[in-house]
Ligand binder design. Structure first.
Ligand code: BMA
Length: 328
């Protein structure tokens, strides 16, 4: 049976898309995407990746920082006057791809860090988005970490995506893992959650997307999945880009979240040729969700970077998403 790679009909792209672009940022900006979003202290907060660029000349300017924005409705955003986070040293090139999780009144941010010795996953904590304390950095290579908003069996838990190139036997066949911590600094006790080969529409790698959302049926969990075709003409102004990033969805067990209760066999959101902001940009045909919010009325807001260039919003009803995962 041919695999359908198209956006599921339960998904509605927001008419205000893209909801955040480099043009809305009051300091040097460019590609504004892959944001983490959560509700914190009564408002929506977003931390977004900003790769400074000359968009007209289609040229990166070699600097990345994380910007901050607040919103009353999760759609219209006020961008703060300056970036809120960056990391740079002889060893560290940049921090990027933030994901936010509020736990017990504090906001935790997972992010990726490019270093001279590999890609590391970081966790920082803040209460005011002005100062961040970095609690933890993994060994290379790891990234796409997301924290669950609650402890499980008294321990903090996260999903993560190590990238075992040498031992996995196939280039970029990367999987989703689960890890536990007593204090957010020391992590261990890992379990495999989902192997790339278990996702029929993926022929490359997978990884966590937004932090999971709790429902009575399980943890609703987005992930990203990649299909690659070397015969594709190069996609995007970055150059030799042949991958498509889509989003999938699964339900993880409430008490044992390393166990999958249900996996939607089809992708949930696929970058579509007819949608300019997903099909054209730095890297064409990329959807990369980093935030998911369950509203009291059952609406789920899914925030995603599009074409590694802008930030977008899609919505669906929680019951529809749960049903997709439980359908067998
Ligand atoms: C991944 C990361 C993401 C990016 C994606 C698609 O490897 O670099 O930041 O959105 O590729 O380009």
């Amino acid at each position: 049976m041919a695999i359908r790679i198209e956006t599921h009909p339960v998904i509605r792209r927001h008419p205000a898309n893209p909801i955040l672009t480099g043009a809305m940022v009051p300091y040097p900006a460019g590609l504004v995407f892959n944001a983490g979003v959560t509700k914190f202290q009564g408002r929506y907060v977003m931390v977004f990746r900003n790769d400074v660029a000359d968009l007209k000349a289609k040229k990166l300017l070699g600097k990345t920082n994380l910007g901050l924005a607040f919103s009353k409705d999760g759609v219209k955003w006020d961008v703060s006057k300056k970036p809120c986070f960056d990391m740079k040293s002889d060893e560290i090139a940049r921090a990027y791809d933030p994901r936010l999780t509020a736990i017990d009144g504090r906001c935790y941010m997972c992010f990726a860090v490019d270093t001279r010795h590999g890609v590391r996953g970081g966790i920082a904590v803040t209460e005011d988005f002005e100062t961040f304390e970095v609690l933890h950095l993994t060994v290379p290579d790891n990234r796409n970490m997301v924290l669950f908003p609650e402890k499980v069996d008294g321990r903090y838990v996260r999903l993560e995506r190590p990238f075992p190139v040498y031992s996995r036997g196939r280039f970029e066949a990367f999987d989703i893992w689960f890890a536990r911590s007593p204090d957010l600094r020391y992590w261990g006790d890992m379990e495999l959650v989902l192997g790339a080969e278990q996702v029929a529409w993926v022929n490359n790698k997978i990884g966590p997307a937004a932090p999971p959302v709790k429902t009575p049926h399980g943890w609703l969990t987005l992930f990203h999945g990649v299909d690659k075709d070397d015969a594709r003409a190069s996609w995007g102004w970055e150059g030799n880009w042949k991958k498509r990033y889509s989003a999938g969805i699964m339900l993880l067990d409430l008490k044992e979240p390393w166990k999958i209760v249900g996996l939607c066999p089809d992708p949930l959101i696929v970058p579509e040729p007819g949608i300019e902001y997903e099909a054209r940009g730095f890297r064409d045909y990329v959807i990369f969700p980093g935030g998911m919010i369950l509203e009291p009325d059952g609406e789920v807001k899914i925030y995603y970077g599009a074409a590694d260039t802008v930030e977008c919003l899609a919505t669906a009803h929680v019951d529809e998403l749960v049903k997709l995962c439980r359908k067998r």
